[in-house]
Design a protein around this ligand. Structure first.
Ligand SMILES: *[C@@H]1O[C@H](CO)[C@@H](O)[C@H](O)[C@H]1NC(C)=O
Ligand SMILES: *[C@@H]1O[C@H](CO)[C@@H](O)[C@H](O)[C@H]1NC(C)=O
Ligand SMILES: *[C@@H]1O[C@H](CO)[C@@H](O)[C@H](O)[C@H]1NC(C)=O
Ligand SMILES: *[C@@H]1O[C@H](CO)[C@@H](O)[C@H](O)[C@H]1NC(C)=O
Ligand SMILES: *[C@@H]1O[C@H](CO)[C@@H](O)[C@H](O)[C@H]1NC(C)=O
Ligand SMILES: *[C@@H]1O[C@H](CO)[C@@H](O)[C@H](O)[C@H]1NC(C)=O
Ligand SMILES: *[C@@H]1O[C@H](CO)[C@@H](O)[C@H](O)[C@H]1NC(C)=O
Ligand SMILES: *[C@@H]1O[C@H](CO)[C@@H](O)[C@H](O)[C@H]1NC(C)=O
Ligand SMILES: *[C@@H]1O[C@H](CO)[C@@H](O)[C@H](O)[C@H]1NC(C)=O
Length: 685
């Protein structure tokens, strides 16, 4: 991965930003489409609907940090950040538009109006107006992202938002020159404001180019030096609790790093310095090489946590890394970013939220209730930290997270900290918005993340194009696309690096093997004016990833497969105002101590009843795709009472071999994802 990534980014560097210019912003390799141009359909639409019907879509009704957010008059939970309302807004602005949900759009519009209507006479935005609270810049940045998305979806809001941002920027520029506005957290997250400023520069500069660029530079040079943090020389090669950070300590904080992944690509746009892109690309590789998970994400249970399977990955960094990866892809164009975003989205994200939890069976009613799922818990509970090997989700004493509390892996309303409650809703909708981009000259359309989607946009030369993608990918290898265009153009599809032997047919003609461009990973498909149908197959082999202690992880295509540990659930608490917001404890009800023989892995491609996936799909037994393995029981200790020790290296079987089923990681809530191995046909077995 690392080596291939470096080669590709070197190849790409031949195409991007070769001739440095001294002024203006460097172009991105690909351009995002305005919010609303790409819509979810099929199971992805259902997934957003489940989220809107769950915790995310109801926070405004009952959750104090949002309903009574400091942004609209109440009390905020971080005295120095004021972030809750801002985070919520950033996720719900696209949710309301993509679902065409009038209630949510009404909520985000009220929030926008309130903030803009209360802008201070000096330009300041946010809950500090009219108070003596200190003014730190960062809490506004997610609000800026939300406001920009609302303008994209509703251009009639442009003047108000653009004027407010320019006025704020004139104040912020003065503050930065006077050494004000940044504390330790704002110093790590400067790039989010730089990106908002670049949006103004690209679309609404209004003659203020100089102050916009100067503010970008001031933010970077008053902020933390991400080009050094992500350099190999000082990058932490293991869990950081015993290392000393040569830079400010918050740079090794997981969420800051997830957001900071955008710092160097955004810097490149105003420095035109290829070294910024090289550092961004290398930093991405180092992060996953030394802290990565088979689920796609990296581990940071507050701070970077190394490779051990019981260390935690915070939900906030899951959604922030998805967003950062999309931006890295758009600036640099290296398909490794898109591959990983797709993996995180289809594995790490759904794994850490409830799907459709099962009833706790009583023997007498067992037969009647086995098929009843408690639909009211769908996406109502989330973890703070997920584990690759997670044998329980419950209060853990001791726990394996040096900087986080014992309640961190419980599924609930706000386990450990509230931030992920308000921040997680951005994950799915922004994945959808970024799943198509255009080429830099806007003549071509690129399908980046595979899944059921539709697009309606106008390309260069007024070429109106609509696209409909029908598929249950990643639970199928087949994708059917219909393109309708006023004029001929080139349609591109990303062929993920894991595809082996894929092909496509256009308008029912003979199938052709994919032959994607080596540098970009894109298959170019010329389409004519009128209607074009494209059928594509994205098959993949099962692959084995080597993990610590001689253990292995199993992949096929974008999905990582894990043993879904049978579980029992207990309701720990229910929110007083909203009983659907409950904290759930999961305990294993069966053995999980298995070694597998990697040579026996067998893929099973089922298909769902009627071709339609269940809603929601990310829970026990619901995936049509499974993998079976020959396994045997082994001695595998627990470390605390409720978390697994490291997988034993070359263990002996303690019982006879059996077959176990592995399921997509995102459908498991308790699981083993990194297994010891054994040889089912070797001596002594
Ligand atoms: C929008 O919110 C306002 C104020 O709460 C309310 O009067 C109005 O009915 C809402 N509209 C919709 C469509 O929900
Ligand atoms: C914002 O700027 C406009 C002109 O650019 C000015 O008319 C207006 O008074 C400013 N508003 C605030 C709140 O600073
Ligand atoms: C990064 O540094 C480590 C030593 O800390 C070295 O083994 C590795 O090869 C370096 N990687 C790159 C990409 O330079
Ligand atoms: C480009 O980046 C390198 C490494 O960070 C730095 O040494 C150099 O001064 C930069 N050049 C410009 C023109 O910013
Ligand atoms: C595409 O959007 C335009 C307006 O933006 C609308 O008039 C048209 O009906 C849409 N087309 C489709 C196929 O949805
Ligand atoms: C393309 O779409 C735009 C926006 O929906 C519309 O204004 C324009 O008339 C369309 N052009 C053609 C040639 O249909
Ligand atoms: C295209 O790929 C599918 C899936 O792997 C395969 O079944 C089919 O035979 C292939 N078609 C051709 C013509 O190669
Ligand atoms: C497996 O069994 C062999 C033979 O009894 C023994 O030597 C070895 O230590 C055992 N390995 C483990 C990991 O327990
Ligand atoms: C498993 O054992 C068999 C029989 O001894 C041997 O042929 C095979 O190579 C072994 N497989 C591995 C992966 O070690």
């Amino acid at each position: 991965m690392g080596f291939k990534g470096i080669v590709i980014s070197t190849l790409l560097s031949l195409f991007v930003g070769v001739a440095p210019q001294s002024t203006g912003l460097a172009p991105k390799k690909f351009l995002s489409l305005p919010l609303g141009a790409v819509k979810p359909s099929g199971w992805l639409h259902d997934q957003l609907l489940v989220q809107a019907n769950g915790l995310a879509g109801h926070e405004h009704d009952f959750y104090d940090y949002v309903a009574q957010s400091d942004w609209i008059g109440g009390d905020s939970y971080y005295s120095n950040l004021e972030e809750a309302g801002s985070y919520w807004f950033n996720g719900m602005a696209p949710t309301g538009v993509l679902l065409n949900d009038a209630t949510i759009q009404n909520q985000t519009r009220q929030f926008l109006d309130y903030v803009l209507d209360h802008q201070d006479s000096d330009g300041w935005l946010g809950p500090e107006v009219g108070t003596t609270k200190p003014r730190y810049l960062w809490g506004r940045y997610p609000f800026f992202f939300g406001a920009i998305q609302m303008v994209e979806a509703d251009p009639s809001l442009t003047d108000r938002v653009v004027t407010a941002l320019h006025n704020f920027t004139s104040l912020a520029n003065t503050m930065l020159h006077q050494g004000q506005g940044v504390e330790d957290w704002a110093k790590t997250r400067w790039e989010d404001y730089v990106m908002a400023l670049q949006w103004l520069y690209d679309f609404h500069p209004n003659g203020k180019e100089d102050i916009l660029i100067d503010t970008m530079k001031m933010l970077k040079w008053t902020g933390d030096p991400w080009e050094l943090v992500f350099a190999n020389a000082s990058f932490p090669k293991g869990p950081v609790e015993h290392l000393s950070n040569p830079f400010p300590v918050l740079t090794w904080h997981g969420v800051n790093m997830a957001e900071g992944l955008k710092a160097l690509p955004s810097t490149y746009r105003f420095t035109h310095n290829q070294s910024d892109l090289d550092a961004a690309s290398l930093g991405w590789d180092l992060l996953f090489q030394y802290h990565g998970r088979p689920s796609g994400i990296y581990a940071a249970d507050e701070y970077l946590a190394g490779l051990e399977a019981v260390r935690g990955a915070e939900l906030c960094l899951v959604v922030e890394t998805m967003f950062s990866g999309s931006y890295l892809y758009q600036v640099i164009g290296d398909p490794k970013f898109a591959d990983r975003v797709e993996r995180i989205t289809y594995n790490a994200l759904p794994a850490t939220l409830t799907g459709g939890e099962y009833l706790r069976f009583e023997p007498a009613v067992h037969v009647l209730t086995t098929r009843l799922r408690l639909s009211f818990v769908d996406m109502w509970s989330r973890q703070y930290l997920q584990q690759q090997n997670q044998i329980a989700a419950q209060n853990m004493s001791p726990n394996p997270f040096p900087e986080d509390g014992p309640y961190s892996n419980v599924f609930g309303l706000e386990p450990n900290y509230p931030c992920c409650t308000v921040n997680h809703p951005q994950g799915w909708p922004k994945f959808v918005s970024n799943s198509f981009v255009t080429t830099a000259d806007q003549s071509g359309l690129v399908h980046v993340y595979l899944g059921p989607l539709s697009v309606n946009t106008t390309l260069a030369k007024g070429n109106n194009v609509t696209v409909n993608v029908e598929t249950i990918y990643p639970f199928s290898d087949t994708v059917s696309t219909t393109v309708q265009a006023d004029q001929a153009f080139t349609y591109y599809v990303r062929v993920p690096s894991w595809v082996s032997g894929g092909n496509f047919t256009v308008n029912g003609a003979e199938a052709k093997a994919f032959s994607p461009d080596q540098g970009t990973g894109l298959q170019a498909i010329p389409v004519s004016a009128g209607t074009t149908t494209i059928s594509m197959n994205f098959p993949a082999e099962i692959t084995i990833e080597q993990r610590p202690h001689g253990s292995v992880a199993v992949h096929r295509g974008p999905l990582h497969y894990a043993f879904d540990i049978p579980r029992d659930s207990t309701v720990l608490t229910k929110d007083a105002q909203e009983p659907r917001a409950q904290d759930l404890q999961f305990e294993a009800t069966a053995e999980w101590q298995y070694a597998i023989d990697p040579s026996t892995l067998t893929f099973h491609a089922g298909s769902p009843d009627g071709g339609k996936l269940p809603s929601p799909v990310f829970d026990k037994g619901l995936s049509p795709f499974t993998i079976t393995a020959t396994a045997c029981p082994v001695d595998w200790a627990t470390a605390g009472d409720t978390f697994a020790a490291s997988p034993p290296t070359n263990p002996n079987c303690t019982g006879s071999a059996t077959t176990i089923t592995l399921s997509p990681f995102g459908t498991t809530k308790l699981r083993i994802g990194e297994f010891p191995t054994f040889n089912a046909t070797g001596p002594g077995q």
